[in-house]
Design a protein around this ligand. Structure first.
Ligand SMILES: Nc1ncnc2c1ncn2[C@@H]1O[C@H](COP(=O)(O)OP(=O)(O)OP(=O)(O)O)[C@@H](O)[C@H]1O
Ligand SMILES: [Mg+2]
Length: 359
């Protein structure tokens, strides 16, 4: 059955699910759009803060109802109590306008977010090398470190000092290896403890995006913090994204977390451009022999299951870590090496699937 038909069937099935306070889930204002892909059905139920427990049985019933009509697709139902989303649900129910529409950043043609469910899976490493691979393809490329809680782009690109500020208060981004780069990290004094809460995170992100002289970019790669917090939500609410690339390690746990991250993008209507499996296998530095010690291939299978493109595998190799630590990323400093190749292949696959990104 076509995806739209499945979405209709799911909505119909949700009529049988009663919600606290009476009424059915299909008519409930807090029900998101029902997203159907080749392999997955996803929707979110947003409830007022404190109502999560009361809605839990409805969520379970919704999952079961959707599974009956989803023709084998994986069903992902999330229950959110984010204050903004609860407000959006109520606004929908009462025909009031929702949050401000997403507004493109003038001069930036496309924005690609790099996310993951779990920390430490190599998001920043992949984001930097992917951006460099885009630049190697001739694209005007920028990178934005949106990891306000643990920025790492300055180290990865060897950026020093703060970005210059023009007279009109607009930032001039750093330039490194042909990339324009901005990071909240370059604006903080080392060791300064930052506790960014929702609205502060939102406005910091807005400033980095809109008050920087990006000077015309084909693509801006955004390195996100792990998980699905304030920054991710505010990024998807502020700007239209070409899509998100999800990084996962082969371990099950990372994959389960990765699914949660994908769920967030799907229910905010951000396309998933694909999954990358990082630290996929171990390449012995002396012999070049490959060892599949991490149960490699898990991300590929999960991607196939979800009907999401699998973009490629990146081995665990010392040279990737060492060049990153030294601020000399491998795609820039040794572009033809075996270590750089997987990143360049992933960039090429992405561009082949998204031809509009090329100027
Ligand atoms: N393929 C790889 N081979 C070897 N080391 C790697 C590889 N990918 C990442 N690393 C190393 O793993 C560590 C974590 O990587 P990275 O900082 O990119 O992860 P992250 O997902 O951005 O983490 P965080 O969630 O903290 O932002 C770093 O030391 C990095 O150099
Ligand atoms: Mg990181």
């Amino acid at each position: 059955m076509a995806n739209e038909l499945i979405a209709n069937a799911v909505r119909n099935a949700l009529r049988s699910v009663t919600i606290p306070g009476g009424g059915n889930l299909a008519d409930y204002g807090g029900l998101s759009e029902i997203i159907v892909t080749q392999g997955a059905v996803a929707f979110a139920i947003s409830v007022a803060h404190g109502m999560e427990t009361a809605f839990a049985p409805a969520r379970t019933a919704a999952q079961a109802a959707a599974e009956k009509v989803s023709e084998g697709r994986k069903v992902m139902v999330s229950l959110t109590s984010d204050r903004n989303q609860a407000a959006t649900g109520q606004a929908k129910a009462q025909n009031r306008p929702g949050p401000a529409p997403r507004e493109a950043v003038p001069g930036i043609r496309h924005i690609v977010a790099v996310g993951s469910g779990k920390g430490g899976v190599g998001k920043s490493t992949v984001a930097v090398n992917l951006a460099l691979a885009f630049a190697a393809e001739g694209l005007r490329t920028g990178i934005l470190d949106a990891d306000l809680y643990g920025p790492s782009i300055p180290k990865l690109l060897g950026l020093e000092g703060k970005p210059a500020v023009r007279e009109d208060g607009i930032f001039s981004p750093h330039q490194a290896f042909g990339l324009k780069a901005m990071s909240i990290g370059s604006m903080l004094t080392p060791g300064q403890a930052v506790v960014w809460r929702g609205p502060m995170a939102t406005s910091a992100l807005r400033q980095l995006l809109r008050e920087t002289d990006w000077g015309g970019l084909d693509v801006l790669v955004v390195d996100l913090p792990p998980g699905t917090g304030d920054i991710q939500i505010s990024l998807v609410q502020q700007v239209p994204l070409l899509g998100a690339v999800i990084i996962s390690t082969p371990q099950d746990l990372a994959l389960i977390d990765a699914t949660k991250a994908m769920d967030m993008f799907l229910r905010t209507e951000v396309p998933i451009l694909g999954i990358v499996e990082n630290m996929s296998y171990f390449l012995a530095p002396d012999t070049g022999r490959r060892y599949d010690i991490f149960g490699h291939g898990g991300a590929h299978a999960a991607a196939d299951n979800l009907g999401i493109p699998f973009l490629g595998e990146i081995p665990l190799v010392m040279q990737i870590r060492e060049t990153s630590d030294a601020g000399r990323p491998v795609v820039a400093t040794n572009p033809d090496s075996a270590e750089a190749l997987p990143f360049r292949t992933i960039a090429k696959r992405l561009l082949a699937a998204q031809p509009a990104v090329r100027p």
